[in-house]
Design a protein around this ligand. Structure first.
Ligand code: ATP
Ligand code: MG
Ligand code: MG
Ligand code: MG
Length: 581
C-alpha cells in the first residue's frame, strides 16, 4: 500500500530507466514555432489528429504542475472547485441564443435518440443552470465556482501544437453576485489571483484591456505571456499603466481610421484575382505560399462588418465564406448563396464590392488567423488592411499603423507607446446580467425580491501555458523551464552505472538524499553515453544537473551545472546541497 501511494504521488521520485522518456533529434516538419518543435522533440506530446494531442508522461508532469499552481491560487482566492460535464445539451445553449451565435467553433453532436449536444467550448450556460437551481438567497452570495476541465473548440486553424489546439485544458471560473459593485470586487480579486498565478509560474506577462469577444459583457482584461511568436499584438505605455490588446485599443477609438489606413495602398478593383494577383497589386512579395486572402467590408446601414470572400488553398477562388462580424465578436459563416446575394456577384469573383463608406477593417483574430492578407474594400477599390499580424509578412507597416491608431486614441501620458506580441493565457470578464437574465437565474434579496444575479467569468489556458512558457524560455539545446513548471528540479546523471557499482551506489544515495531534502530529483540511470544523456536532460529542460562519475567520486565531488549556464562546477556534497538550497 505504501509503495502504491508512492507510485500515485506526482511528486514521487523517478528513475528514468523506469519512466517513459522518448526524445527525438528530428525537427518535425510541420511544427512552425519553437515550443511546438521542442514539445515534440522532448516527447511531451503526440499528435492524434488536427488539434488533438496525447500528453506523454513527461508532458503531463508539466501540465500538472501548472494545474496545481492554478488550483492553489484559485482556492486561496476563495473560489470553490466543481466539475461540469464536457457534453452540454442544446436546450441550454438555445436559452442564451448561443447555439446559433457561437459560430463554427461549437462542435455539435447527436446521441442515438437524435438529441443534440455540444462539446463544451466554455461553460457559462451550464454553470448558470447550476446556479439557478442551487442558489436561492442573497445569503449564498457571493460565490465563485471553478473547474479545470477539457474544452473543445473547432478552431478554423488549429496550429502550434497545444498553443491553439481544438481540445485543450482550461481553468474556467464563474462568480455570482447580488450587486455589480460586488462583481467588480471579485473581478479585482481574480485579477490579483491571476497575477499571483503567472508570477508563481515564473512567466513574463502583462495584463491588458481587452475586447470581451464571443463571451460578451462589459469590462474585460487579458493576461498575455510576452513572446515574439504571440498571435496577439498588445500596446502599452511606459508613462502609465495603460496596456491594451491592439484590437481593444482600436475599438476604443471611435473615429479611428481603418486599422492599417496609412499603410493602405490603393489598387484597382479586381475582378477575378488569385492570391498572386492580389499580392502583386499590393506590391507585396510573397514570402511563402499564400494560403488564403480574406476580403472584408462594412455595411453602411448596420455598421456591421463582413468578410466577403476568402481565397484559399491553391491560389484560386475555391472557397467563399461570409462572416458577419458584429461588434468584432459574434459572427457566423454564411452559405455561399447568401454571400452571392450580398455580393451580387458570380462564384469565383472577389468583387467588385460596393459599400457606401470606408470600412473599419479590424479583423477578428479568428478571421485574421484564416488569412495571410486581410484586405479591406471600399468604393475606391481594394486596400490592404492588415497582414495577419505578422510572422513572415511585411510587419513594419502594420506595426507602425497600429502605433498611429493607438496613439491617436489615447490621452498623452508622457510615456512612450510600445508594442509587443503576446500569447493570451488568461482572460477575466465582467459579464454582468447577460446570462443570468437570459436564463432567469435569480436569488431573493434582503427584501425577499427576486433579483437577477450579476456574473463574472475567468478563464486560464492551462495547456496553452505550457507552450507559452517554452516560447519564452528556450535555447538551442532545448527548453529552460521556469523552476515551478519543470518536470523535475534536479537530474542526477550517472556515468556508466552498469559497470561501476560504486558510482551507481553513490548516485542512488545522492538521489535519495536530494529527494529527502525536498528537491524533486530524477535519476538518469539509463546507462546512456554522457553526451546523449546530457542532450536529453538539456532538451527536457531540467534546471539543475548533477553528474556522478568515477573521476568525481575519486575526488569527492559531483559535477554541477545549472541549465543554461556555460560552465560546470565540481562541488562536494555540502557545497552541492548549499547550491541547490
Ligand atoms: P484566443 O483569442 O487565443 O482564441 P479566446 O479569447 O478565444 O482565445 P477565451 O474564450 O478567453 O479564449 O478562453 C480562455 C482561455 O483559454 C484563453 O485565454 C486561452 O488561454 C485559452 N484558449 C482559448 N482557445 C484555446 C485553444 N484553441 N487552445 C488552447 N488554449 C486556448
Ligand atoms: Mg478563440
Ligand atoms: Mg482572445
Ligand atoms: Mg479571450
Amino acid at each position: 500500500m505504501a509503495q502504491c501511494q508512492t507510485l500515485l504521488d506526482e511528486t514521487a521520485p523517478m528513475r528514468l530507466s523506469r519512466f517513459h522518456l522518448h526524445t527525438t533529434k528530428e525537427t518535425p516538419a510541420d511544427a512552425e514555432i519553437v515550443s511546438h518543435r521542442l514539445m515534440l522533440r522532448a516527447g511531451m506530446l503526440r499528435k492524434l489528429a488536427a488539434g488533438l494531442y496525447t500528453w506523454s508522461p513527461l508532458g503531463l508532469r508539466v501540465l500538472r504542475k501548472v494545474e496545481r499552481i492554478v488550483r492553489e491560487e484559485m482556492d486561496r482566492a476563495g473560489a470553490i472547485e466543481v466539475s461540469m460535464p464536457t457534453i452540454q445539451p442544446r436546450e441550454l445553449w438555445e436559452e442564451t441564443g448561443r447555439w446559433q451565435k457561437f459560430g463554427g467553433q461549437l462542435l455539435k453532436i447527436k446521441d442515438r435518440k437524435d438529441a443534440e449536444y455540444c462539446y463544451a467550448p466554455t461553460a457559462e450556460e451550464v454553470i448558470t443552470d447550476f446556479a439557478r437551481s442551487e442558489l436561492s438567497s442573497y445569503k449564498q452570495l457571493p460565490v465563485n465556482f471553478y473547474q479545470v476541465q477539457t474544452k473543445f473548440r473547432d478552431e478554423i486553424r488549429p496550429r502550434f501544437g497545444v498553443m491553439r489546439a481544438r481540445e485543450f485544458l482550461m481553468k474556467d471560473a464563474y462568480s455570482f453576485h447580488l450587486t455589480d459593485a460586488d462583481l467588480v470586487r471579485e473581478y479585482q480579486n481574480m485579477h490579483a489571483a491571476y497575477t499571483r498565478i503567472f508570477t508563481r509560474l515564473g512567466l513574463k506577462f502583462r495584463a491588458v484591456q481587452a475586447d470581451s469577444g464571443a463571451i460578451g459583457g462589459d469590462a474585460s482584461q487579458e493576461f498575455h505571456v510576452l513572446a515574439d511568436s504571440g498571435e496577439d499584438a498588445i500596446a502599452f505605455s511606459t508613462g502609465s499603466d495603460y496596456a491594451a490588446n491592439v484590437e481593444a485599443a482600436q475599438a476604443a477609438a471611435p473615429d479611428a481610421r481603418p486599422a492599417a489606413g496609412e499603410a493602405m495602398r490603393k489598387v484597382d478593383t479586381p475582378t477575378q484575382k488569385t492570391c498572386e494577383d492580389v499580392a502583386a497589386l499590393l506590391g507585396i512579395a510573397l514570402q511563402r505560399t499564400v494560403k488564403s486572402i480574406a476580403v472584408m467590408t462594412g455595411d453602411a446601414a448596420s455598421g456591421q462588418q463582413f468578410v466577403l470572400a476568402l481565397v484559399r488553398g491553391d491560389h484560386a477562388v475555391n472557397e467563399i465564406k461570409l462572416a458577419k462580424v458584429a461588434g468584432l465578436a459574434d459572427y457566423r459563416l454564411a452559405s455561399e448563396a447568401e454571400i452571392l446575394e450580398h455580393l451580387g456577384s458570380e462564384p469565383g469573383f472577389l468583387g467588385p464590392v460596393s459599400t457606401r463608406k470606408p470600412v473599419r477593417v479590424i479583423a477578428d483574430r479568428e478571421v485574421a488567423a484564416m488569412a495571410d492578407f486581410v484586405v479591406g474594400a471600399n468604393e475606391a477599390g481594394l486596400h490592404i488592411a492588415g497582414v495577419n499580424w505578422g510572422r513572415d509578412l511585411p510587419e513594419p507597416d502594420v506595426v507602425a499603423d497600429i502605433r498611429n491608431v493607438v496613439e491617436g486614441d489615447r490621452a498623452q501620458d508622457g510615456g512612450e507607446l510600445r508594442l509587443a506580441r503576446g500569447i493570451e493565457v488568461g482572460h477575466v470578464f465582467q459579464l454582468g446580467r447577460k446570462y443570468a437574465e437570459a436564463m432567469r437565474a435569480t436569488v431573493l434579496d434582503e427584501n425577499g425580491k427576486a433579483t437577477v444575479m450579476s456574473m463574472g467569468c475567468y478563464g486560464i489556458g492551462v495547456s496553452r501555458i505550457v507552450a507559452a512558457a517554452i516560447e519564452q524560455n528556450h535555447d538551442d539545446a532545448g527548453i529552460l523551464w521556469p523552476e515551478p513548471m519543470a518536470p523535475w528540479r534536479v537530474a542526477v546523471c550517472v556515468i556508466n552505472p552498469k559497470n561501476d557499482a560504486a558510482v551507481a551506489a553513490a548516485a542512488e544515495s545522492l538521489y535519495a538524499e536530494l529527494n529527502a531534502a525536498g528537491h524533486e530529483t530524477v535519476l538518469d540511470d539509463r546507462g546512456l553515453r554522457a553526451g546523449a544523456m546530457f542532450a536529453d536532460i538539456e532538451l527536457i529542460g531540467i534546471p539543475h544537473r548533477v553528474v556522478v562519475s568515477e573521476r568525481g567520486l575519486a575526488a569527492g565531488t559531483f559535477e554541477y551545472r545549472a541549465r543554461g549556464a556555460g560552465e560546470s562546477e565540481n562541488l562536494d556534497r555540502a557545497a552541492l546541497l548549499k547550491k541547490l538550497a
